[in-house]
Design a protein around this ligand. Structure first.
Ligand SMILES: NC(=O)c1ccc[n+]([C@@H]2O[C@H](COP(=O)([O-])OP(=O)(O)OC[C@H]3O[C@@H](n4cnc5c(N)ncnc54)[C@H](OP(=O)(O)O)[C@@H]3O)[C@@H](O)[C@H]2O)c1
Length: 290
């Protein structure tokens, strides 16, 4: 894949480790300069080193996403270094799994302040700049857990469900400003957050995605190829299932959504097929990216 993010600057929250770190390195490989933000300085230094190894520039701008003045400071550091910030990835987040009667209200507030207020803070503080420079991309990290209800997930699930309406409404609102807004909803991803309290056997049994495998999903929306696609909450499992359907075709056949859609229509429930149709441009990109 050529350098589809060349000349762009991406601010990635939660890029000190896990998914955000993988996105920072992956976006750097695609040519973007990176603003690394989080709270753990030592981890951010490690991300910076790997970003710079890709031949682009990076900068560390520490801050807590819950705190609006710290968020403004992160953006000011990024603007001073790169003059323009074209991509915002609202990825910082965490889960604390507890039954409701064991969750303290302050713990619940902490989840909401990071996973919801944090997304709003960065979007609110950066949209005026994106309007000024003539456009941009906002991509949030949601979670597929909202489609698999279960005990102990209620607070986290509530926080990630909030992104659905935010994405759809802000996508419409900012269309005229050439700013696209989308949310990627991963299932299990092998990160420090996911590994917490898990044994190697448990991890193997779940079979999480590698964080690096998320890069093309985000890169599509951040690149000029996905600029006009907005307001989507992307169910990654549906995209992955469509791509798997390639195996049903003759080898060497050129594959795009057009070739796969009849198979998808047959195999998916109508609701999932409807979603797959909405993701068709992303699916075409993912088919080429492999
Ligand atoms: N891993 C999964 O299976 C999975 C699945 C679906 C969705 N997700 C979502 O993916 C995102 C990243 O998760 P991950 O698995 O990569 O977790 P992780 O390894 O724990 O990384 C979380 C990142 O978020 C940052 N962060 C957390 N709270 C923050 C705050 N208040 N202010 C600033 N930065 C903060 C952390 O930075 P510092 O430590 O430097 O503060 C860290 O860089 C989250 O939104 C999570 O909900 C994860």
């Amino acid at each position: 894949m050529n350098k589809i993010l060349d000349g762009k600057t991406a601010l990635i929250t939660g890029s000190s480790q896990g998914i955000g770190k993988a996105l920072a390195i992956g976006f750097a490989k695609l040519g973007a300069n990176i603003i690394i933000t989080g709270r753990n300085r030592e981890n951010m230094e490690k991300t910076l080193k790997q970003v710079e190894e890709q031949g682009v520039e990076g900068i560390i701008a520490p801050g807590n996403v819950q705190n609006y003045s710290e968020v403004q400071n992160v953006i000011a550091i990024g603007k001073e270094k790169f003059a323009h910030i074209d991509i915002l990835i609202n990825n910082a987040g965490f889960s604390r799994l507890k039954p409701i009667h064991k969750m303290r209200v302050e713990q619940f507030e902490d989840i909401l302040k990071t996973n919801v207020l944090g997304v709003y803070n960065f979007s609110h503080a950066l949209v005026p700049h994106m309007m000024e420079i003539g456009g941009g991309s906002i991509i949030n990290t949601g979670s597929a857990i909202i489609n698999s209800p279960g005990p102990r997930w209620s607070a986290y699930s509530m926080s990630k469900t909030a992104l659905l309406g935010f994405t759809e409404s802000l996508g419409i609102e900012l269309k005229g400003n050439s700013i696209n807004v989308n949310t990627i909803m991963p299932g299990a991803v092998n990160t420090p957050l996911f590994r917490m309290g898990m044994t190697e056997d448990m991890i193997k049994a779940i079979g999480p995605m590698a964080p690096e495998d998320l890069v093309p999903f985000y890169a599509f929306f951040a690149s000029d190829l996905g600029k006009k696609v907005t307001g989507l909450n992307v169910d990654m499992d549906i995209c992955k299932s469509v791509i798997e359907m390639e195996k049903n075709l003759e080898p060497n056949q050129e594959v795009s959504w057009s070739e796969l859609k009849e198979i998808a229509k047959e195999k998916f429930k109508p609701e999932s097929f409807k979603k797959a149709k909405k993701y068709r441009k992303l699916i075409n990109f993912l088919l080429q990216y492999k």
